[in-house]
Design a protein around this ligand. Structure first.
Ligand SMILES: [Zn+2]
Length: 684
């Protein structure tokens, strides 16, 4: 394990801290916390924590001793001073006299002793830090250490690996009980470098940030050396079977891992996927699959991200997708059944007080292909996948030096349903399109951009498709969440299919498509060049057909319905003079929308269109507005608001109409008019 401490960097962070009023010891606490957090072999996503015992002034100006402890769920790699809230140390130390304390009461005491009242909650492992006497305490779930301690004879292996430099604390659930046990063992054994928390992680300490950090690196290096000495290197496994592409497999898994909303007919609770392949994953799937399937988590806090077990699927052999789909649905059914039994069994022991979480898997393993992380957002799916990759590496190493053994099922339940762990996942109020994947074509334009933004704003994952990739990438920067920008020319079937394959590979599928790309051509219909008419049909009719067809394929593989939304135009119902080349394919587009509504309604796939007019965009530029207003003898403002309501219609208004259609689960074959009122364009 590499030492990343650089004295010049440490000095710089101390100097910068001094300018911001941050004391030297806190600045160095921030520095080494970031060093630990930056290495996934030490710390992953909110796991691990650090602390500092120092002096500070409370709100009344009295100098007191405080514990600066990492906030619960905070990311160590990017931590700032606010991520290390200060708690009065003396009251925490006094708690040692208690036999036990309820979690809620403990949290209330911690919060009551925060120096800054609105500060975030201290780490769930705060009491362990408070009880240890050292100025700096570092705690990680280092992979190499886990491989040694997740063993039936973990204590003996630790003695061999660390030679008594770390005291061994038997497994207890994180929290007050573990902190009490750990301090008793520390006082008895007086280890020089730190503690092993069995089946959980490692603690090192020191009188300086550097000392605690270097002890962590030294101990993890000892663990790595122990693994290297006690195992044969494995040959990489070659997989001879040819799998279906990820883009074909992912929608099947995603569909099977969706749940019908019992309260709202037509609504589905969906998850987003994140794929990982690579030699380590593939070889672990070949050699350790049985152990991975049943083995359990490598450290207790992973259970809130990955659940205790993965969903194990069969090979997705090329040309046999139907069989794979069938087996996947069965496997998910069995997973859900097992999870419900597990919950019922342990909830009974817990007095029936717990609320069951959704029973769907968070990690899916496909031998020969790779693993999928699943989550309610792309970010959550990626976190599950990151943890799953490290979990595989730890289990693999554990099996090479002995036999992997996790904590018991009852212990996993206690962690999964521990209110303090659940709090790390944040408040449960979700936006209306959480878990849904939306593709928008022409996304670099005014309406496409506003639409992508509107959908992302209500929790959807968004793919921005545009013929101009650079512009789509720019647009993506203005959107929240984790948007994906893709080059897509809707006049080219191959380009459309590739774009949708990329969406399925990246997010796992697609639920809502806003087919928006278009451009206007003019010409008097009796005289217009046929090439112009054909060009317009290619984009304004066949473009939509290609997009809808590619989307339908994925939606049907998911089997959870879907929604196609088309940008028609006022021209589709109220043609303008010399606008035939634009209006006629748009009129055909309305018929196309109705045909999709008709042919796929029984599968829960809806199709709707928005009929908008006079929006500032690439089709109606500022120069065009100026010249048309002038031709009609109107001001630009009067021209733009020349409708029944006298209001200018914006791209955001059109975006809102698409969003309304997406949310209206009982509406299909609808045309929504967004033009401020134009009786000639009104739908009958
Ligand atoms: Zn821990």
């Amino acid at each position: 394990m590499k030492r990343r401490w650089v004295e010049a960097e440490a000095a710089e962070i101390v100097a910068r801290g001094a300018e911001a009023g941050i004391a030297r010891d806190l600045a160095l606490r921030i520095y080494s916390t970031r060093l630990l957090g930056a290495d996934p072999k030490l710390v992953l996503h909110g796991g691990g924590n650090t602390s500092l015992k120092t002096r500070a002034r409370d709100l009344l100006g009295n100098e007191i001793e405080v514990l600066r402890i990492k906030a619960s769920g905070a990311d160590m790699a990017t931590i700032e001073a606010e991520g290390l809230p200060a708690v009065r140390l003396a009251p925490l130390r006094d708690l040692r006299a208690l036999e036990a304390i309820a979690d809620e009461k403990l949290l209330a005491i911690e919060r009551a002793n925060l120096i800054d009242p609105p500060a975030p909650n201290p780490s769930v492992e705060v009491m362990l830090h408070a009880f240890l006497p050292h100025k700096f305490v570092d705690h990680t779930h280092a992979s190499a250490v886990l491989s040694i301690i997740d063993q039936p004879d973990g204590e003996k292996k630790c003695a061999d690996a660390f030679g008594g430099r770390l005291a061994f604390v038997p497994y207890l659930m994180p929290g007050f009980g573990l902190a009490k046990k750990a301090i008793e063992i520390f006082e008895r054994a007086q280890p020089g470098d730190g503690l092993i928390l069995s089946k959980h992680g490692i603690v090192t300490f020191g009188e300086s940030a550097r000392e605690a950090y270097e002890r962590m690196i030294a101990m993890v290096s000892l663990a790595e050396g122990f693994i290297a000495r006690n195992s044969e290197p494995r040959n990489p496994v070659t997989v001879w079977r040819e799998p279906e592409p990820i883009a074909a497999v992912a929608p099947i898994i995603r569909g099977a891992c969706s749940q019908k909303d019992e309260k709202i007919e037509g609504a589905w609770r969906r998850l987003v996927l994140d794929f990982r392949g690579g030699p380590m994953v593939l070889s672990a799937l070949e050699s350790d699959l049985a152990c991975l399937a049943e083995g359990g988590v490598v450290t207790p806090d992973h259970t809130i991200r990955t659940k205790n077990w993965p969903l194990v699927l069969p090979h997705a052999d090329a040309g046999k997708l139907d069989g794979f789909a069938h087996a996947t649905r069965e496997a998910v059914g069995a997973f859900v059944g097992r999870y419900r039994d597990y919950f019922a069994r342990h909830n009974k022991h817990a007095g029936g007080a717990k609320q069951e979480l959704d029973p769907l898997p968070r990690v899916a393993l496909v031998p020969g292909l790779g693993l999928f992380g699943l989550g309610r957002t792309k970010r959550d799916a990626a976190i599950a996948a990151d943890i799953a990759e490290e979990w595989m590496a730890v289990v693999g190493d554990a099996e090479r030096i002995g036999r992997f053994e996790s904590i018991s099922e009852a212990d996993m339940f206690d962690c999964e349903y521990w209110p303090l762990e659940q709090a790390k996942l944040g408040a449960c109020k979700e936006p209306p399109l959480a878990g849904q994947i939306v593709a928008v074509t022409g996304a670099a334009g005014a309406i496409g951009g506003a639409t992508a933004k509107a959908f992302a704003g209500v929790g959807a994952e968004v793919a921005l498709l545009d013929v101009n990739l650079a512009a789509a990438l720019e647009q993506a920067k203005t959107i929240g969440g984790s948007p994906l920008a893709i080059a897509c020319d809707v006049t080219d079937g191959g380009s459309v299919r590739a774009a949708f394959a990329q969406i399925a590979e990246h997010f796992g599928g697609v639920d809502i498509v806003v087919s928006n790309a278009g451009a206007a051509w003019q010409g008097r219909i009796g005289e217009v060049d046929e090439d112009i008419l054909r060009k317009s049909f290619e984009l304004n009719f066949y473009g939509h057909q290609r997009v809808a067809q590619a989307a339908i394929k994925i939606m049907r593989a998911q089997g959870t319905g879907g929604c196609l939304l088309f940008n028609a135009s006022k021209q589709a119902v109220n043609p303008g003079p010399n606008f035939g080349p634009y209006g006629i394919p748009k009129a055909a587009l309305l018929a196309l929308m109705r045909q999709y509504a008709l042919d796929y309604g029984a599968e829960g796939i809806r199709a709707n269109a928005v009929n908008a007019d006079r929006i500032r965009s690439g089709l109606l530029t500022e120069e065009m507005i100026a010249s048309r207003a002038k031709a009609r003898g109107l001001s630009e403002k009067d021209y733009m608001s020349g409708n029944l309501l006298g209001r200018e219609v914006t791209a955001e208004d059109v975006a809102q109409a698409f969003l309304n259609q997406a949310l209206a689960l009982k509406t299909t074959a609808d045309v929504t008019t967004v033009d401020g009122g134009n009786i000639a364009a009104a739908m009958r």
